[in-house]
Design a protein around this ligand. Sequence first.
Ligand SMILES: *[C@@H]1O[C@H](CO)[C@@H](O)[C@H](O)[C@H]1NC(C)=O
Ligand SMILES: *[C@@H]1O[C@H](CO)[C@@H](O)[C@H](O)[C@H]1NC(C)=O
Length: 353
Amino acid sequence: MGLGIGFLGCSSLIILAVSISHAYADPLVPSLCIFGDSVVDAGNNNNLYTLVKANFPPYGRDFANRRSTGRFCNGKLATDFTAENLGFTAYQPAYLSPEATGKNLLTGANFASAASGYDDRTAQLYQAISLPQQLNYYKEWQSKVVNLVGRTKAASIFSKGVHILSAGNSDFIQNYYVNPVLNQAYSADQYSDILLNSYRTFVQNLYGLGVRRMGVTSLPPTGCLPAAITLFGAGSNECVQRLNQDATSFNVKLKNTSQGLQSKLPGLILVVFDIYHPLLDMVTKPVENGFFESRRACCGTGTVETSLLCNARSIGTCSNATGYVFWDGFHPTEAANMVLAGDLLGQGISLIS
Ligand SMILES: *[C@@H]1O[C@H](CO)[C@@H](O)[C@H](O)[C@H]1NC(C)=O
Ligand SMILES: *[C@@H]1O[C@H](CO)[C@@H](O)[C@H](O)[C@H]1NC(C)=O
């Protein structure tokens, strides 16, 4: 017997072990559902009449089969790494995509939409899917899951599943800072309060639908995004401190609001993922983090191009994005997303235990 196994050879044993773990090991949680904006959109905007899309090259050039899925990245999003880390063998489908059907829905879905946000006016401006509409799709998803597996099993998929929300970026960058109707009516602090009211409602609604495990991402250092430096930096090459301060204040309020919600809603685990400090660290100390470029993005001139402006004809696009922190004017590279996902995993232990 011993000899026989020896003749199988190392590689086939390894293949056997890997296929067993993939075929039979359960993920750490039954489902993963994702809400928010372009930081986590996996292709919902492909199916909308919006200009904010990323389903064409060079987007996705480092993704499986070099496919432009609609992700605002050269490769994987941080939440794709999270799905892998949780043990899922396929990414949760974008809810509006053809893949979002039948048994594919049992492990969750992605409801996020680029240029959406806590403020419904942000989504309206860009014809994206507002958070209340993402919630409606989520309810529809829940009823499909109930039809597939019955009420009891479904309830446990909802309560034990992880729900991640990533919003606020577009509210500030694509709406508040460029929209006099808003920035003349409200201070950044007041605008944050408006956003957080919507956040509170969203969490309460999910809780009402049986959700018990949620993670919300903080704002990144918005003033360090290449396009923000170009648009709001007044010619300077440094991170825009005003924007970073607004993000920091928002994040303090987000934390406080989340603690309030967690203490008010019994059984809810609500984790605030800090992406501000990990990303700021990559921007200010690129070399220590394995990068060589943290100011210019890879796509085009690296100063502003995003969405339609970052396309196959953009001049100057880098040939290898692994040394870059930013892929386009607003979004990190796959390499940076991998670092962020490592931080998410460390911070989110309470969601999976
Ligand atoms: C923190 O949240 C509580 C409600 O949970 C609120 O009353 C208080 O004003 C908040 N503090 C800040 C600094 O936002
Ligand atoms: C990009 O560079 C990294 C590190 O230098 C290397 O490992 C990788 O193979 C390169 N990728 C491509 C597509 O050339």
